[in-house]
Write a protein that binds this ligand. Structure first.
Ligand code: PNS
Length: 167
């Protein structure tokens, strides 16, 4: 499926600290399902990010530049309010392993309480990325491991610079 089937708008929210090939797999699939997709980088996070919001947005923008119906943006406050402002019908999340399930279901349930008209759609990432996370990529990169296969080119150099392995 390469042409979106609907004009509907979706939001893919996340920390994207940094965006990985697992995120990209979900975003690519969402861009084939929906007319327009906003990749929404959260400015509020309970985790201390490695990259600033501006850096995370810039990396995601570069990674998504070949996807014409994808717009990268940042938001603060409730994701459902952001989605409503954008006219979205759905939040799209990647669901990797059972370990994601509890937290994602809690968020989906709460978001449904807050905005019953908004759907949460879970997409399954490619098995190659089923256990991939931004945290693991950062840890492996900072300990000298090879991570180029896990992150878009737009991220790789910035990540190595950030962990002091830049050329
Ligand atoms: O990539 P992450 O860290 O799993 O993304 C989590 C995110 C940003 C989707 C979630 O924390 C979120 O939606 N934050 C916005 C604030 C909000 O709406 N919180 C209530 C969610 S139930």
């Amino acid at each position: 499926m390469s042409t979106p089937r609907t004009e509907h708008i979706a939001v893919c929210p996340g920390s994207f600290d940094p965006i990985t090939e697992g995120h990209m797999d979900v975003i690519r699939r969402a861009s084939q399902m929906f007319g327009k997709v906003f990749v929404a980088v959260t400015a509020d996070s309970d985790k201390t990010p490695m990259f600033s919001v501006a850096e995370r947005v810039a990396m995601a923008q570069e990674a998504c530049q070949d996807l014409p119906n994808v717009v990268v943006d940042s938001f603060d406050g409730l994701v459902v309010e952001y989605a409503q402002r954008r006219g979205a019908v759905a939040l799209v999340k990647g669901l990797r392993a059972v370990s994601d399930f509890d937290r994602e279901m809690q968020m989906a349930w709460m978001n449904r309480q807050l905005a019953p008209e908004l759907y949460t759609v879970f997409l399954v990432p490619h098995p190659d990325y089923a256990f991939l996370s931004s945290s693991l990529v950062k840890e492996v990169a900072s300990l000298g491991g090879e991570v180029s296969q896990f992150v878009p080119d737009a991220v790789y150099k910035r990540l190595l610079d950030k962990v002091g392995r830049g050329q």
